[in-house]
Design a protein around this ligand. Sequence first.
Ligand code: SAM
Length: 230
Amino acid sequence: MRIDIISAVPELLTGPLDHSIVGRARKARKVDIVIHDLRQHSTDKHRKVDDYPFGGGAGLVMTPQPVFDCIESLKRERDYDAVIFPTPDAKVLDQQTVNKLSLLGNIIILCGHYKGIDQRIRDELVTVEISIGDYVLSGGELAAMVLVDSMVRLLPGVIGDAESALDDSFQDGLLSAPVYTRPANFRGFSIPEVLASGNHERVRLWREKKALESTREKRPDLYQNFINKK
Ligand code: SAM
């Protein structure tokens, strides 16, 4: 998978993408992540990438020229499966969407800023719009990192058994069961006896029960969907 991220503030993207699972995946060439400074594509003498909104109102809007030039230059080099625009006025990201996106080959993520981006960019270039939640961030970089992290951890060979993604929350429509590690007794607080029983079937049933209980309590919407599908 190759991910091109376009940003007017590329400094925001260094750090989180260089460490831990994503950093290791990049080093192992399981994913190529290339960050593009949008200002380098601006033809304005001050490398401006924003302007006042037509019709008035507060805030600035990202101009089409640098974005069109940047995306067109990338598309001349290779085909892309998706041009993703993280934006709060879109469907909220979920695990099923992440699973599907992680199967794509080459993708572009365009980070918005200010009041947002000129609508013509959305109409002509963007193919997928995704919100990471019902709140507003200052820019699309954090949302881009959420997307990248959630996709990259699903790529083949990126995480091992120790970090298995398959029994994470949401993969089967439920939240995951609680987890415990050594020692079995910490300051008088013991782990559930079944987890040390060595009986795999009992452990499986316990986890299933706890996942159901946790989902019913914390996310009744997910619980209801799960029950309806059964
Ligand atoms: N005026 C826009 C609105 O009300 O929908 C918000 C613009 S926001 C200040 C600037 C940029 O941050 C957006 O263009 C988008 O790229 C990113 N952003 C903000 N909140 C987001 C969210 N919940 N999910 C994904 N991206 C978000």
